[in-house]
Write a protein that binds this ligand. Structure first.
Ligand SMILES: *Cc1c(COP(=O)(O)O)cnc(C)c1O
Length: 379
């Protein structure tokens, strides 16, 4: 058992939410670089550098490139889904949580021809069902899925879905927003055509830039699909960034500075090494939480490297737990939708040390001990 005296509480606020994350000081310092006009060569170079590094992180070679957007992850996601499904095509959405539902919402808003296989919250996607659906519906041309379903902490089998998609000649759109740089993902090896990510989760940048990485050939083919939105059109964004070497609209310039630095730090650390660092932190957190007596939502084989959903301790509501832990300097995250009353989440993305994770576990233990003492007293 650990006590308050043995473990030092952190000096800084530790974000255990799935982005924005605790960032490296060098990333924060990059925000204060000198003012820059986005139509000058310096910005062209910065943007191109960032696009190239993002492609590298996704595992793309020179036949791939990335298109960057100013906006949170959902901006690049909506841009992708609304840009790549032609009127003659049909999108199959695989859903098993909040972010799968978001894919459906986007498809509905843009009136895309689509269907959904909904496994239900926290239920694994079944490959045999996907295969059977594609066998019976040969009008499906694209599949969309979430790699890491952040609402439950479940890692979905992107490689296997990629194999099925290839077998049926379908393109694959992957929401890799919370998995890229936190889970092993290889745009080529996993047969992904559209890989969507964001700056402020496992890449450890600041919020404001999101992106999609894709084969150039697929990007060029978008010329034949009329834009459904003006601002979030992948093709026009790609044409401006690639041909004119300038974004069509004012970008979040300072966020690009920070992202450039965050990508250097990521590539220095190595994507594989970062995944392993996160994995170890998650294992440390899970072992500690279970030792205190908390129960985790998912069985071990379905858990991601970066997020753990935990049942709320009996007799304690989320707000109380959140506020108590906040006093120790830790920000935890609520359950979403159907899990709101039942579970909470902690993420371990970002610059969190093992000592800080130990301090969190100690804060949790003290919070639970205090609440059960309070319950005993009030009997
Ligand atoms: C965070 C996240 C998003 C995007 O959220 P934004 O708030 O728009 O950045 C989308 N999908 C998944 C799986 C996520 O974790």
């Amino acid at each position: 058992m650990t006590t308050e005296r043995e473990i030092a509480m952190p000096e800084r606020t530790i974000l255990l939410n799935p982005g924005p994350v605790v960032i490296d000081r060098r990333v924060r310092d990059a925000l204060a670089l000198p003012d820059m006009c986005h139509r000058e060569p310096e910005f062209s170079e910065l943007m191109t550098r960032v696009r190239d590094k993002l492609t590298l992180v996704c595992g793309g070679d020179i036949s791939y490139t990335s298109v960057v957007f100013t906006g949170s992850g959902t901006a690049a996601l909506e841009a992708t889904i609304s840009s790549v499904v032609p009127d003659s095509g049909k999108l199959l959405i695989l859903s098993n949580g909040h972010y799968g539902e978001r894919l459906q919402k986007i498809a509905r808003i843009h009136k895309l021809n689509h269907a959904t296989i909904d496994a239900g919250w926290a239920a694994p996607l079944e490959l045999s069902k996907i295969d059977a659906y594609l066998r019976d519906h040969n009008d499906v041309t694209l599949i969309a899925m979430v790699h890491h379903e952040t609402s439950t902490g479940m890692l979905n089998p992107v490689h296997q879905v990629g194999e099925v998609a290839s077998r049926y000649g379908c393109s694959l759109i992957v929401d890799a927003i919370s998995s890229l740089a936190g889970e092993i993902l290889d745009i080529r090896g996993d047969s992904i055509d559209w890989c969507v990510g964001t700056a402020n989760k496992c890449i450890e940048g600041v919020p404001g830039v999101s992106f999609v990485c894709a084969p150039r050939k697929k990007l060029d083919e978008l010329a034949s699909i009329p834009a459904r939105t003006m601002y979030l059109s992948i093709y026009s964004q790609y044409a401006a960034e690639d041909r004119d070497k300038a974004p069509p609209f004012t970008p979040a310039v300072q966020t690009f500075f920070a992202l450039d630095t965050a990508l250097d730090l990521l590539l220095d650390e190595g994507v594989g090494a970062r995944c392993k660092r996160y994995r170890n932190l998650a294992l440390q957190a899970r072992a500690g939480l279970e030792k205190i007596g908390l129960r985790l939502l998912l069985p071990p084989e379905l858990r991601s490297n970066t997020l753990t959903a935990i049942y709320l301790p009996p007799g304690m509501d989320y707000r109380t737990l959140h506020d108590e832990l906040r006093r120790f300097g830790f920000v935890i995250y609520a359950g979403q939708d159907t899990l709101k009353q039942k579970a909470f989440r902690i993420a371990n993305m970002g610059q969190i040390t093992t000592a800080e994770m130990d301090a969190f576990l100690s804060a949790m233990e003290q919070t639970l001990a205090k609440s059960s003492a309070a319950r005993v007293q009030s009997r």
